[in-house]
Design a protein around this ligand. Structure first.
Ligand SMILES: [Zn+2]
Length: 697
């Protein structure tokens, strides 16, 4: 059954990529869903080994399982759960299914799951409406994030309306049913990630926002970050999501169990209503519907644009996504700019001294609240210190010579923090976060010239395999290491063999077995999923996908024309552009924008606000029409045919440009011999001398 599962990716969050990259994989609910987890065991899958089981037992002894406060807190204030487990998307598929993880509540310990991760996965099974304190409520377990409701004089102030319209609307319906019907009087976006704004159309009518009746409040820099953070490398990020988020893994003790900050992401209609009130100062106070709110902008922490909020009259601190039930990603494995652990720590410290001294409750956009000033401060301090120690401890070692290729084996969290649940590294593992700190300050090079211009793995592997005597002894040694539980040594040599012989299924299967055990052993679901996803692809290739017909007009509307033109520059195949030069003036009369788009030196650039006198071609199209092309709904040729786009000058350059643009495909290969080869490898084989013809024609 698992075989027929489609790739399931969150069209919600990443709808905008589908649209501009024309990628073709499915939106659904994430993984295969049934209530019997054992049904999803891969035919080639292996049970946890004795070594894995022994390690899990050690964790059960080492970690503070006697501290059960999180379990009291995650249940506290429970009001009601709905009588359904699934939320349907408007498109007809399942957008959300908390029931697919219910096997976690059977009380079994699984040796295929790190005990700490299993604990976190159970805590994230919160489902329904909860009271934080009288006047503040949360609906949890309807999406990756929580949606929060503050009771004003006349209605609800909604904090972070989830990823999609369907789940946000269901949450609003639930609270209105249980606590009485109230209108939504304001929406606050805590930060620029789509799981915190994408469902806004499920809680407000855009007419009420446009008329000024319902303000939409956001931190400084929100729109730029919300739209641009993931565009340029979008297709690569989406492909890597299959690893970090395990979107092709079945939900089972042997597959996807949790995503640290929640179970998973809902897959429905994602929208965006631009904010009407931007919080610009570091600290800014605002009263809405009688509710006093003190905002603390925290740019450059978990998101480029983010803010905490303090409610003085409730003595309640909203920590946005800056403090949740896990240490977060300094480097997120799907790919993103490395974040700043020191700044993150400093902003938490600022919150401690601004609000933490009197806060009686802390709640956030993920996880569960903490009650009592002492407990609030304990958690704030634990996370402040963990981020600061990560930054300082890693640089302390780097200044003594530890490199990006060693630091994860050297740096460890102080013992006292290891024993605090709030300081455990689920979302960002200690390993990948510590490497990220070095990457932020020193970059990816370890200063050994061998690694400055290293061979590509597929180029170096054949030499290693030859020197090691071929596949046979490598497989024998790999199996021996596997049998001894020495998985990281085993992966080192088997990985070489797989790169040298991508069609050697025996080698791929053994490497998959190794990855699987490492995945079972990891506390961070990001890391676990990455190993398990690679194992799955090695065993049975990349499954075929299906194409969703979702659209995200809000996101496209919010995307600047410049950003879209920049992305065309990325889509340009330089090799095909060689020898061509032209200038195109682009005019969009309805919003009064002008650009020069120039192809020169096989490179496509653009500049806003200018027109070239000697342009080869002038293209005039309203921005509102252009958006249909930007989202892939209407081909540009059709725009010309229908007269929406007018071409003046040499039409030939438009035809040329069309042939130079590549549509990115989400199905590119990561592990060797599992799918379509990456074509860029044909461009510059390493054996070639610098003066050989590398133009490819
Ligand atoms: Zn989030």
């Amino acid at each position: 059954m698992w075989k027929r599962s489609f790739y399931v990716i969150w069209a919600g969050i990443f709808a905008v990529f589908w649209l501009i990259t024309g990628t073709a994989y499915a939106a659904g609910g994430g993984g295969v869903i049934t209530t019997d987890p054992t049904q999803h065991f891969h035919p080639k899958g292996k049970m946890p080994s004795e070594f894995t089981a022994e390690l899990q037992n050690k964790w059960r002894q080492f970690l503070p399982f006697d501290d059960k406060r999180d379990f009291e807190e995650h249940q506290k204030g429970f009001i009601a759960a709905p009588d359904y487990k699934q939320i349907m998307a408007e498109a007809g598929h399942v957008a959300w299914d908390i029931g697919s993880y219910e096997w976690l509540l059977d009380g079994k310990d699984f040796d295929s799951i790190h005990p700490s991760l299993q604990r976190q996965a159970i805590l994230n099974m919160n489902y329904g409406l909860y009271e934080v304190i009288p006047g503040i409520y949360q609906v949890r377990g309807f999406d990756l994030a929580n949606i929060s409701f503050i009771k004003g004089k006349t209605g609800w102030i909604v904090f972070d309306p989830l990823t999609c319209k369907e789940t946000a609307a269901a949450a609003l319906k639930l609270i209105n049913e249980k606590l009485g019907d109230r209108p939504v009087v304001a929406v606050v976006y805590s930060h620029s990630h789509a799981d915190h704004f994408g469902g806004v159309r499920g809680v407000v009518d855009i007419k009420d926002v446009n008329s000024g009746k319902v303000p939409v409040i956001a931190p400084i820099g929100f729109m730029e970050s919300a739209v641009s953070e993931n565009i340029y490398a979008g297709n690569a990020m989406n492909r890597r999501m299959f690893y970090q988020y395990g979107v092709l893994l079945p939900r089972s003790p042997f597959g996807h169990v949790d995503q640290s900050i929640g179970k998973n992401t809902a897959a429905g209609n994602t929208g965006l209503i631009p904010p009407t009130r931007v919080i610009e100062k570091d600290i800014e106070e605002l009263t809405v519907d009688g509710v006093r709110m003190v905002f603390q902008n925290t740019p450059g922490t978990e998101a480029p644009a983010e803010m905490n909020t303090y409610f003085p009259d409730f003595k309640a601190f909203w920590a946005a996504e800056n403090i949740v039930g896990t240490i977060h990603n300094i480097y997120t494995l799907r790919g993103a700019l490395v974040r700043d652990a020191l700044e993150w720590s400093k902003q938490i410290n600022k919150a401690i001294y601004l609000f933490g001294q009197e806060a009686e409750v802390m709640f956030a956009s993920h996880s569960w609240p903490r009650w009592g000033n002492e407990r609030v401060l304990e958690v704030m301090r634990a996370q402040r210190d963990t981020y600061a120690n990560l930054n300082n401890g890693v640089l302390h070692l780097a200044n003594q010579g530890a490199t990006i290729n060693q630091i994860h084996n050297v740096y460890d969290v102080p013992k006292s923090l290891q024993q605090q649940w709030a300081a455990r590294s689920y979302h960002g593992s200690v390993e990948h976060n510590s490497r990220a700190v070095i990457n932020r300050y020193l970059g990816y090079w370890d200063a050994n010239p061998t690694t400055l211009i290293p061979l590509s793995p597929e180029d170096s592997a054949p030499l290693y395999v030859e020197m090691m005597g071929g596949a046979k002894p490598i497989l024998a040694k790999g199996k021996a290491l596997y049998d001894q539980g020495k998985y990281r040594l085993a992966q080192e040599i088997l990985n070489k063999l797989v790169y040298a012989e991508p069609q050697n299924q025996e080698a791929k299967d053994l490497l998959a077995d190794v990855f699987e055990q490492i995945g079972y052993q990891k506390e961070s679901p990001s890391v676990r999923n990455s190993f398990l996803a690679a194992a799955l692809e090695l065993r049975s290739g990349i499954p075929e996908g299906d194409t969703p017909k979702t659209s995200g007009p809000d996101m496209i509307q919010a995307m600047t024309t410049e950003l879209w033109l920049d992305f065309l520059g990325i889509r340009l195949d330089s090799r095909k552009a060689e020898g061509h030069d032209f200038k195109i003036n682009l005019v969009t009369p309805d919003n009064d924008e002008k650009f020069v788009v120039e192809l020169s030196n096989a490179t496509l650039t653009n500049i806003e606000g200018f027109q070239a006198k000697d342009a080869d071609l002038t293209v005039t199209i309203n921005r509102s029409d252009l958006e249909k092309t930007m989202m892939g709904a209407v081909d540009f040729d059709e725009q010309i045919k229908s007269g929406k786009a007018k071409l003046k000058g040499n039409r030939e350059v438009y035809e040329q440009l069309k042939t130079m643009l590549v549509h990115f495909d989400l199905g590119f290969e990561i592990m060797p011999g599992t799918g379509a080869k990456d074509l860029t490898r044909e461009q510059k084989p390493f054996e070639q001398e610098p003066f050989a013809d590398t133009s490819g024609g």
